[in-house]
Write a protein that binds this ligand. Structure first.
Ligand SMILES: *[C@@H]1O[C@H](CO)[C@@H](O)[C@H](O)[C@H]1NC(C)=O
Ligand SMILES: *[C@@H]1O[C@H](CO)[C@@H](O)[C@H](O)[C@H]1NC(C)=O
Ligand SMILES: *[C@@H]1O[C@H](CO)[C@@H](O)[C@H](O)[C@H]1NC(C)=O
Ligand SMILES: *[C@@H]1O[C@H](CO)[C@@H](O)[C@H](O)[C@H]1NC(C)=O
Length: 292
């Protein structure tokens, strides 16, 4: 009888109860992770989760991919405080690999909602002397933190070939996203490009150590998500009307916020808590055995 009365047994009883009860009221409607990337508002990998403005832009097949008309780009990281996302184009040239050019194209909504950040710079390489950026649009080119684009030809194994073939450095240009947004690589008349992030802090750092990729700077649509999250809900939208919905549980959605006492959706919280309960349970049984 003493066995039944230990505090740990009562603890276990509660743990078992929550384990049984909880799944009835939670659902994994909105996944909180894709691979090792946390998924939070305004993003969603399940339809109806996040903000409708970012709908159909992501694909979670093991890893998180950002989908644009020019391809799927692997998401390297998301900084929810700075509101930035770093994506990587596997088909892009970098300091260590030379690959055929292919344009980076975003939809109009993507360009408006998450344009590349000002500290993402595109390096146009092996341009012809007729390139618009060497003539009429010369002023679109600049140097970054005292580095000229010529430096890439000497410092990078991948780009040394341009130098070797012509025995001189072919024209190049560091420029912003807007340039490649309005002019395709064919119009720009450059055979290759790469892009570098965090260009504000490259003083004294050589091209071998730069970070190649594209940093997107996203904005949060003002849909009243805060009120929903504060009430314990997950922000989502109606897949037909695209109107905002506050997901409270698998059986209850609210327009703005979850009613007090309604069970919150555990898309993010569910898994860690269930694991936590199992750990408590095992720990409790273990302690029971020691004590009895
Ligand atoms: C998701 O991205 C992967 C990797 O690029 C691709 O193979 C797959 O076809 C994509 N799925 C959808 C539904 O777009
Ligand atoms: C560099 O550009 C020229 C044309 O301007 C082209 O003929 C040459 O193949 C390019 N070099 C490489 C390595 O692609
Ligand atoms: C960039 O730097 C190079 C070499 O230091 C210099 O010749 C060139 O004029 C600079 N270009 C711009 C646009 O400042
Ligand atoms: C709540 O909203 C989500 C996302 O739109 C939807 O998938 C789900 O069926 C809705 N649930 C209820 C009970 O209406």
């Amino acid at each position: 009888m003493q066995f039944l009365l230990t505090p740990f047994t009562i603890f276990n009883f509660i743990s078992i109860l929550t384990l049984i009860v909880e799944p009835l009221h939670t659902s994994a409607t909105c996944r909180g992770f894709c691979g090792n990337i946390p998924i939070r508002y305004p993003f969603g990998v399940d339809d109806g989760c996040g903000a409708p403005q970012y709908r159909h832009m992501f694909n979670c097949t093991n890893d998180l991919f950002f989908l644009t008309p020019s391809g799927s780009y692997k998401v390297q990281s998301i900084d929810y405080n700075k509101k930035t996302m770093v994506v990587y184009d596997p088909a892009m040239s970098t300091c260590s690999i030379l690959q055929p050019h292919h344009d980076f194209i975003m939809t109009d909504i993507q360009s408006a909602m998450m344009p590349p950040s000002p500290d993402t710079v595109f390096a146009l390489l092996n341009c012809s002397i007729d390139s618009p950026v060497l003539n009429h649009y010369k002023n679109l080119c600049f140097n970054i933190s005292d580095h000229s684009c010529d430096e890439l030809y000497g410092a990078c194994n991948a780009f040394r070939v341009f130098h070797l073939l012509s025995n001189s450095s072919p024209p190049c240009c560091f420029t912003n996203y807007d340039t490649v947004k309005y002019m395709s690589m064919n119009i720009l008349d450059c055979t290759h490009y790469t892009s570098v992030i965090n260009t504000d802090s490259l003083k004294g750092i050589g091209p071998l150590d730069w970070v190649y990729g594209i940093k997107l700077s996203y904005s949060l649509p003002d849909t009243g998500c805060q009120r929903c999250s504060l009430s314990g809900g997950t922000c989502g939208f109606d897949t037909e009307t695209e109107g905002m919905t506050c997901l409270c549980s698998s059986t209850m959605n609210a327009t703005r916020q979850c009613a007090p006492g309604s069970f919150t959706d555990g898309g993010v919280v569910h898994t860690p808590w269930t694991v936590f309960h199992v750990v408590l349970l095992v720990l409790g049984i273990f302690l029971d055995l020691i004590i009895s």
